[in-house]
Design a binder for this molecule. Structure first.
Ligand code: CAA
Length: 383
């Protein structure tokens, strides 16, 4: 077991941090307040090959493993949470779905343009009546000749309004549960597909979350991703990796809140001394730093299992649950430590706290993560 970064890994993180702090962080407040989709950040990241991290070079990506991808998500989230979720869905779910389950033709058709940022990806699983219970989704996919006809709707779809490639899950008529779900590459815009206005939400204002309405949308048979009927397993396998990115995202946001607060506590004087001179506050600092480290270790333990080709669902859920719960607590405590300034929109703490809340909810609520963890433990115990 090695707990130290190699020189190469350390260099990569330092370079990513420099880029994110110089290029992405200065825009974060404007992105939040004006609800701007950060095209500029997306393009700059594409130019550096960051959108293709963890996608093999032979498929048009930049190569690199989970470590590099997750380090990138963490550093981007530390600078701008909205940008990090846009990239996590684009690269981690949409590009990865093609990279892991696509045919050579599908990969050649979509991946190079996605890695170069010319096409944006989305992942459409959730429906109004199928959130945590993803296997109950109802979007219909009826086969007619060489095409599937999609009818129904999706909700809470990140990037939907910006995407040209929407990885969409729909079921064959007459099927129920996890069986009979297909995974499709839906190109947008396309006839019959309507995208709602972005849904107003608490945080992550630069990331657009929309509804999708499919009114007999024709999708060619060759746009089925993986085998027909295997869609649910594809959705779940992708979410295993996606949950690592959400853990990294929460870590990045919490780290940003912590860094800001640590510096504030040393500068702000009350009762004739810096706030950081108070033991009660020092204990909070120590607790937050410990939780950040513990969350990072859980994250990289799960990523290392993934890289070794070993099962990592349980460990990904543990990392996601732990990191996001701790990040919620850390951002709340940091806001408290800044008092009235923490609550003010002129300081970044309230944005961090609003942004991080979503990480406890999307890509599986933390209650669902506990189900995944407990089921696996019970399976292991009954063997
Ligand atoms: N990998 C591969 N296959 C898997 C799997 C995994 N991780 N998990 C389950 N499966 C397989 C099972 O083996 C089973 O196959 P068999 O029938 O052949 O054995 C099949 O899938 C059904 O599995 P379950 O019986 O466990 O399914 P379930 O209905 O009980 O659901 C669940 C399990 C974990 C609760 C799942 O529904 C779930 O994860 N729900 C949360 C949904 C979610 O995370 N949504 C996120 C939306 S995307 C998003 O948020 C992106 C964004 O915008 C940021």
């Amino acid at each position: 077991m090695l707990f130290q970064l190699s020189e190469e890994q350390d260099f990569l993180i330092q370079s990513l941090r420099k880029f994110c702090q110089q290029e992405i962080a200065p825009l974060a407040e404007k992105v939040d307040q004006e609800k701007l989709f950060p095209h500029q950040n997306f393009s700059k990241m594409a130019q550096l090959g960051l959108l293709g991290l963890s996608i093999p070079e032979e498929q048009g990506g930049s190569g690199g493993d989970s470590f590099y991808y997750l380090a990138m998500i963490e550093e981007v989230a530390r600078a701008c949470a909205s940008t990090s979720v846009i990239v996590a869905v684009h690269t981690g779910l949409a590009c990865t779905s093609l990279s892991s389950f696509g045919t050579t033709e599908q990969q050649a058709r979509y991946l190079p343009a996605m890695v170069e940022g010319e096409k944006i990806g989305a992942y459409a699983l959730t429906e109004e009546q199928a959130g945590s219970d993803a296997a109950s989704l109802q979007l219909q996919a009826r086969l007619e000749g060489d095409h599937y006809i999609l009818r129904g709707s999706k909700i809470f779809i990140t990037n939907a309004s910006q995407a040209q490639v929407i990885i969409t899950f729909a079921r064959a008529p007459g099927t129920t549960g996890a069986d009979g779900i297909h995974c499709f590459i839906v190109e947008a815009p396309t006839k019959g597909l309507e995208v709602s206005k972005p849904l107003p939400k608490m945080g992550l204002h630069g990331s657009e979350t929309c509804q999708l309405y499919f009114d007999d949308v024709k999708v060619p048979k060759e746009n089925v991703l993986g085998s027909p009927g295997e869609g649910f397993k594809i959705a779940m396998a992708l979410l295993d990796g996606g949950r690592l990115a959400i853990a990294a995202q929460a870590l990045g946001i919490a780290q940003a809140a912590f860094d800001y607060t640590l510096s504030y506590l040393q500068q702000r004087h009350q009762f004739g001394r810096p706030l950081s001179a108070n033991q009660g506050i020092q204990w909070m600092i120590a607790d937050m730093a410990t939780e950040l480290d513990a969350a990072r270790l859980l994250l990289y333990r799960a990523a290392s299992l993934k890289e070794s080709g070993l099962p990592f669902s349980k460990e990904a859920s543990m990392a996601k649950k732990y990191s996001t719960d701790q990040a919620m607590k850390i951002t709340t405590d940091c806001l408290q430590l800044l008092g009235g300034y923490g609550y003010s929109q002129e300081y970044p703490l309230e944005r961090h706290m609003r942004d991080v809340k979503a990480t406890q909810i999307y890509e599986g609520t933390n209650q669902i993560q506990r189900i995944v963890i407990a089921r696996q433990l019970l399976r292991e115990a009954s063997r």
